[in-house]
Ligand binder design. Structure first.
Ligand SMILES: Cc1ncc(C[n+]2csc(CCOP(=O)(O)OP(=O)(O)O)c2C)c(N)n1
Ligand SMILES: [Mg+2]
Length: 673
């Protein structure tokens, strides 16, 4: 146990560094970082278990920082353990600098994740805790039993609705490997917290099945005791509510206290206030980027302890691996992040099936062949057909993670963020399903998965107005256009940030799932039909779906018109083509499950599929803009939905809205007049 004087010195060191980073950058958030310094210092100097020499050690504890704006606190802490240099701290938020605002993840540098969008980090931590429980159950490796997920949250995250979903799930599943610290400093960006929040947070979390501890969050001894107690909790997650002082130690230019002041939330302390504060904390305002010798010693001592801790854990892991060589080999494969080997010949598709059912067939194969896959649903498993997976396994329950299905309840954003947390943890492949219209509830997570290049699979069924009887609230119209924007947006590696696939029939769905599983460095979205779809013509070469767009079997050479669509509209085009051919027209049909992918192919290939100058007709059950890149106005026409949907059986809607072979015939003919 370290003495309190030393712990306070170390926390002040973090405060000095964090405030100085922000001061130098002339931008950032000093107040919260200064308030949370005591907690992070106690955690890193006495509790967090990791191997300084092996940052990717699978059994390490994880620290998730939901308020990413407190990154200067994390960077300063990481500087104390040698993951960042003091010079790097001085480069906060600059172009090319490793110290960015709201860092996503960089395991080698000790950053598991910080969330920019407040609240998402709660669910990332829950997802990581689920992943650890899953790995403990599925490998038997004792190291995963010992792993703890620490999450740091703040007022903003508690206010975000996702915190409720995260807390509910952690409570229901009894995630006792999750310890969350709530930096309750009564201050947020523009107001004091009491102006917008009067809940009893402790009572709320207790009601959701958590063990709750309330402490002074700036008192090292109380923090230490609380973490110890939280670690001892069995069968429940633990929340430590720490009353912290925003801007602890800050002094204004006039020498009065600058503590507990909103102004320190998101702006440098500034000028004399900065100088006074650094002096008050025992630092040198002229040369603030320093680590006190005593603090260096504290962390050198901890590094020695960690060596021993890691060595003991490695010994346990080694003994387990020797006794379980197959499981050890599997675990290594799972953490490699490589695409699993799948024998898709085992996937038997029914003719003329709905693509959601075809997806169920794929999921059944995945449940059997990919032992580290976790599939989730937001209370729609029998509708979104993730039950194809569930039927081959069982859902997680408190104390039993031997299954592989995650029943998220009706909480799409929470579910998606839990999947992100699982992916951040590593070792598992997460997928989650719901209705496409509710992708609206998940978009903030899709964006983060895309930015972080995490291979989460999003399964969205009921892809169009053909859920008609449920009425317009359930009918996606603009959702495809929204999600396809994510395949136009590139990630930092130059790749389409999301792979978006809307397969045209059952067999193309198998192809789409194969592509989703091969895709290990970006999220994949699968957009699937509720209703049955006629198979594409006999002899179709489905392997071409890998190019994003291709000419469907039975197409005529040198066509008079090319018909273009994705998803179920392709089969409507096939039916329309039959009518057009009766008039002697030569017709080609192009299925484009992913325009983003198609545009990554060679110009020659794109030209061969959609030659310029040939008339084109596009059909989409979404906004016409879905096809605008494939069917230029100068070359043809797009038939799509221009308004919200209507309430009626889907066949009636098909008729009324013009999604029939007859309307294809009529519209195409109108282009020849
Ligand atoms: C989803 C989301 N909405 C808004 C913001 C902008 N924002 C950043 S910090 C913050 C206030 C957070 O207050 P608190 O969590 O108490 O942090 P503290 O002020 O104590 O540092 C806001 C609104 C955000 N990062 N994420
Ligand atoms: Mg706050």
């Amino acid at each position: 146990m370290n003495d309190s004087k030393l712990m306070n010195l170390a926390a002040n060191n973090i405060r000095i560094l964090a405030a100085s980073m922000v001061e130098k950058a002339k931008s950032g958030h000093p107040g919260g970082a200064m308030g949370g310094a005591d907690f992070i210092n106690v955690l890193y100097s006495e509790f967090l278990q990791y191997d300084p020499a092996n940052p990717t050690w699978v059994g390490r504890d994880r620290f998730f920082l939901d308020p990413g704006h407190m990154a200067p606190m994390l960077y300063s802490q990481l500087a104390l353990i040698g993951k960042f240099t003091l010079d790097e701290l001085a480069q906060l938020r600059q172009w090319g600098s490793p110290t960015t605002g709201h860092p996503e993840f960089e395991i080698a540098r000790g950053i598991e994740n910080t969330s920019g969008p407040l609240g998402q980090g709660h669910s990332y931590a829950v997802g990581a805790a689920i992943a650890a429980k899953f790995l403990a159950a599925h490998t038997g490796n004792p190291t995963f039993e010992k792993e703890t997920i620490y999450a740091y949250i703040s007022d903003g995250g508690v206010q975000e609705e996702i915190s409720q979903g995260s807390a509910r799930i952690a409570g229901v599943l009894g995630l006792d490997n999750l310890i969350m610290f709530y930096d309750s400093n009564d201050i947020q960006l523009s107001t004091e917290t009491k102006e917008v929040m009067n809940e009893d947070t402790a009572a709320k979390y207790k009601a959701l099945g958590w063990e709750v501890f309330e402490i002074n969050g700036n008192d090292a001894e109380q923090i230490r005791e609380a973490i110890k107690k939280a670690q001892a909790v069995k069968g429940k997650p633990a929340l430590i509510i720490g009353k912290c002082i925003m801007g602890k130690g800050a002094i204004k230019a006039d020498g009065t206290s600058y503590e507990a002041n909103c102004k320190t939330h998101g702006a440098p302390l500034g000028g004399d206030a900065y100088v006074n504060t650094i002096k008050n904390l025992g630092g040198d305002p002229e040369n603030p980027f320093q680590i006190f010798p005593e603090v260096k010693e504290l962390y050198a001592k901890r590094a020695e302890e960690l060596k021993k801790i890691a060595a003991d854990r490695y010994a346990e892991e080694k003994a387990w691996a020797a006794a379980n060589p197959d499981k050890a080999a599997a675990q290594a494969e799972w953490f490699s992040g490589k695409a699993p080997k799948i024998d898709w010949s085992k996937c038997v598709q029914k003719d003329n099936d709905a693509t959601r059912s075809a997806s169920a067939a794929c999921l059944g194969v995945l449940a059997e062949q990919v032992p580290n896959m976790i599939c989730a649903s937001a209370d729609l498993s029998n509708s979104d057909k993730t039950d194809g997976f569930l039927k081959k396994t069982k859902a997680f329950t408190k104390g039993d993670f031997s299954g592989a299905f995650f029943q998220a309840g009706v909480a799409e954003l929470t579910m998606a963020c839990c999947c992100i947390g699982m992916a951040l943890h590593g070792g598992v492949i997460p997928a989650c399903g719901t209705f496409f219209v509710f992708s609206d509830y998940m978009k903030p997570a899709v964006r983060m998965a895309a930015l972080m290049e995490l291979p989460v699979k999003f399964i969205w069924t009921h892809d169009a107005f053909r859920v008609g009887e449920d009425g317009p609230t359930h009918e996606p119209v603009e959702q495809e256009a929204q999600i396809r924007l994510m395949e136009k947006l590139k990630n930092h590696h130059g790749k389409n940030s999301t792979l978006v696939l809307r397969p045209a029939d059952a067999k193309e769905t198998t192809e789409a799932w194969a592509m989703a599983m091969e895709n290990t460095d970006s999220p994949t979205a699968l957009i699937l039909s509720r209703q049955n779809i006629n198979n594409l013509p006999e002899g179709n070469d489905y392997s071409q779906a890998k190019k994003g767009g291709y000419v469907v079997a039975g197409s005529d050479a040198n066509p008079d018109v090319i018909l273009v669509a994705s998803g179920s509209e392709v089969s409507t085009l096939v039916a329309g083509a039959e009518l057009l051919r009766k008039d002697g027209k030569k017709v080609a049909i192009v299925s484009v499950p992913s325009e983003g992918l198609f545009r990554n192919q060679s110009k020659e290939y794109q030209q061969s599929v959609l030659p310029a100058g040939v008339k084109k007709f596009g059909l989409t059950a979404g906004l016409p803009v879905n096809l605008i890149g494939l069917v230029p106005e100068s070359e043809g026409k797009i038939w799509g939905l221009e308004s919200f949907g209507f309430s009626a059986p889907y066949k009636v809607l098909d008729e009324k809205l013009g999604f029939t072979a007859e309307n294809v015939y009529k519209q195409v003919n109108s282009m020849f007049q």
